[in-house]
Design a protein around this ligand. Structure first.
Ligand code: DQA
Length: 165
């Protein structure tokens, strides 16, 4: 059990989590509602704030269509020692740049939970490859917005475990 939640260095920014959403997730609610649901990014943000509060975290929910900006947020998470929830969206499937930035987060001993609203494994074949999953702490797919709650809860469990270690 402990092996599954090993995170390395037990040293995190006090009670902070960053939730990073990649391209086209600013279009939630409008974009393919059959796949991603009818709720928008603003509602996702409100839910994440409420869920994070349940675990005593403050959360910063961000979204960008710009790969460089998303990469910069990974660097910032490392420098500020902030655990990350990441929905890399389409970058999941091809961005080695984001992968190389995200691995710095986990290499620093910080949890990085990959989340997908849909289940990419059940969709087009190009979505079956994630270049992020191999370096993520864990991956949650197919649970809609609730996947973000599971990711936040996972981070709470990981931090608690690392502090008890
Ligand atoms: C997604 C799945 C990706 O394949 C897709 O490109 C997205 C959203 C999801 O949340 O299900 O933009 O990451």
């Amino acid at each position: 059990m402990t092996q599954a939640i090993q995170t390395g260095t037990a040293h995190f920014a006090a009670n902070k989590i960053v939730v990073v959403n990649g391209p086209n997730l600013g279009r939630l609610g409008v974009r393919e509602p059959d796949v991603y649901g009818h709720q928008d990014l603003k509602q996702l943000r409100q839910l994440c704030v409420a869920w994070a509060k349940e675990y005593g975290f403050e959360v910063d929910v961000r979204q960008s269509d710009d790969e460089a900006e998303v990469i910069g947020w990974m660097h910032q998470a490392v420098d500020r020692r902030t655990p990350v929830v990441l929905n890399p969206a389409a970058f999941t499937h091809y961005s080695y740049g984001l992968r190389d930035a995200a691995v710095q987060v986990t290499d620093a001993g910080l949890p990085l939970m990959e989340v997908h609203i849909s289940n990419p494994a059940g969709r087009e074949s190009f979505r079956r490859l994630s270049v992020i999953s191999p370096i993520a702490t864990g991956t949650i797919t197919g649970m809609g917005f609730y996947g973000y709650k599971l990711a936040i809860e996972s981070i709470a469990v990981l931090i608690q475990a690392s502090q008890q270690a």
